[in-house]
Design a protein around this ligand. Structure first.
Ligand code: TD4
Ligand code: CA
Ligand code: NA
Ligand code: ZN
Length: 308
C-alpha cells in the first residue's frame, strides 16, 4: 500500500537501518527499483523531483507509482523531493503524495522555520509527513575551513530548535555530501562528529542524508568504456553511508547511482548491437542493472532487507 514514512522511520531508527529513497523518472526505473525491493522484502520510498515532474508529467508518475503499489503489494512512500515552495508541496499533497520535502534551507533560519511550519500544518491536516532541510549541500573540497563548514553544514543546536519550532517529521542535514557525481575533490569525508552531535540533541528523530550516491566504479568504468566522458567522478564510500545509518539517518537519497547504472547498461547495449533499434533491447538491460544495483544498496548499505 501507499504509506507515510512515519512507521518506516520509527522501525528503521530502532533497528539502526535506513530506508532507501530512490528518484523516479520513468517506467523502467520504477520497475527496476520496485522489483529489487520486492525480492529483498524492503520498505521503499519513491521520490519525485521537480525535474521528474517536468520530464514525465505528474500524472504519469503518479499512475506508475500506483501501478507499482498494486503490482508489488509493498509499503511504498510517494515523496516529493526538494519541494521548492508551499504551493508545490500543497499540490502534491492534494495529488495523493504521502510525504513531501520542503527545501527552504537556502533561506534564513527564521524564514526556513516559517515556510516549513506552514507546510507542516497543511500536510499534517491531511495525514501527510514532512521532511525539511537545514544547512546547505555543497560541492565540498576536503580542505574546507572550519568556519566555512559552520557556514554551510547543519548546526546541531539550530537543528534541535528547528525541529521543536516546526514540528517537522524528518530533517535533511548537511555534513559534507552534495548532489551529483563530483562530490569530493580530494579524499571523501563526512562530518560524523557533527552527525553524532545532531543525533544526541535529537534522540529518536529521523535524519535524512541527501547526496548519498557512491558513484559505483563498475558503472563509471562501463560508461567511460562505451563512449561516456565522466572523468574524476567520486561519491560517498558505502561504508560511510552504513556508518551514518548507525547515528540516526533513516532515509538515504540515491539518484546518481541509478543514472549511472542505467546509462552504463544502455551504452554497453548500443555498442554491442549496432544493428538494433528496438528500445526494449537496451532498456531491459538498463532496468536489470537498476534492479541489481538497488538490491545491492538494500542489502549491503541500507540494511532494509526483510524489514517489512
Ligand atoms: O539527494 C539526492 C540524490 O543525491 P545523489 O546525487 O548523491 O544520488 N536527491 O535529493 C536527488 C536530487 C535529484 C534532482 O535532480 P533533478 O532535478 O535533475 O531531477
Ligand atoms: Ca537545500
Ligand atoms: Na527528499
Ligand atoms: Zn537532495
Amino acid at each position: 500500500p501507499l504509506v507515510t514514512s512515519k512507521e518506516l522511520f520509527t522501525k528503521a531508527y530502532a533497528n539502526k537501518y535506513a530506508v532507501g529513497a530512490f528518484n523516479v523518472n520513468n517506467m523502467e526505473i520504477i520497475q527496476g527499483i520496485v522489483s529489487a525491493a520486492k525480492t529483498e522484502n524492503a520498505p521503499l520510498i519513491l521520490q519525485v523531483s521537480a525535474g521528474a515532474r517536468k520530464y514525465a508529467s505528474p500524472i504519469y508518475l503518479r499512475k506508475l507509482v500506483e501501478a507499482a503499489v498494486e503490482d508489488s503489494n509493498l509499503p511504498i512512500v510517494l515523496h516529493l523531493d526538494h519541494g521548492e515552495s508551499f504551493d508545490i508541496c500543497k499540490q502534491c499533497i492534494d495529488d495523493g503524495f504521502t510525504s513531501v520535502m520542503i527545501d527552504a534551507s537556502h533561506h534564513s533560519f527564521e524564514e526556513n522555520i516559517s515556510i516549513t511550519k506552514k507546510v507542516v500544518e497543511y500536510a499534517h491536516s491531511k495525514g501527510v509527513v514532512v521532511e525539511a532541510e537545514l544547512g546547505r549541500l555543497a560541492g565540498v573540497e576536503d580542505d574546507v575551513q572550519v568556519s566555512e563548514k559552520d557556514a554551510i553544514y547543519t548546526n546541531p543546536e539550530q537543528a534541535a530548535e528547528f525541529v521543536q519550532k516546526t514540528g517537522v517529521d524528518s530533517l535533511a542535514i548537511a555534513i559534507g555530501t552534495s548532489h551529483g557525481a563530483y562530490k569530493f575533490k580530494g579524499e571523501p569525508n563526512l562530518d560524523f562528529e557533527r552527525l553524532q552531535e545532531i543525533a544526541k540533541l535529537l534522540p529518536n528523530f529521523p535524519l535524512v542524508l541527501h547526496g548519498a550516491s557512491t558513484v559505483l566504479p563498475e558503472f563509471l568504468e562501463l560508461c567511460n568504456q562505451y563512449g561516456g566522458d565522466i572523468p574524476g567522478a567520486q561519491g560517498v564510500p558505502e561504508e560511510m553511508i552504513r556508518k551514518a545509518t548507525q547515528f540516526g539517518v533513516c532515509k538515504v537519497n540515491i539518484d546518481t547511482d541509478l543514472r549511472l547504472a542505467m546509462t552504463a547498461a544502455v551504452r554497453k547495449e548500443l555498442f554491442a548491437d549496432p544493428k538494433n533499434f528496438d528500445p526494449r533491447k537496451y532498456l531491459a538491460p538498463a532496468r536489470t542493472a537498476i534492479e541489481e544495483m538497488v538490491r545491492h544498496k538494500i542489502v549491503n548499505v541500507l540494511g532494509s532487507d526483510n524489514r517489512i
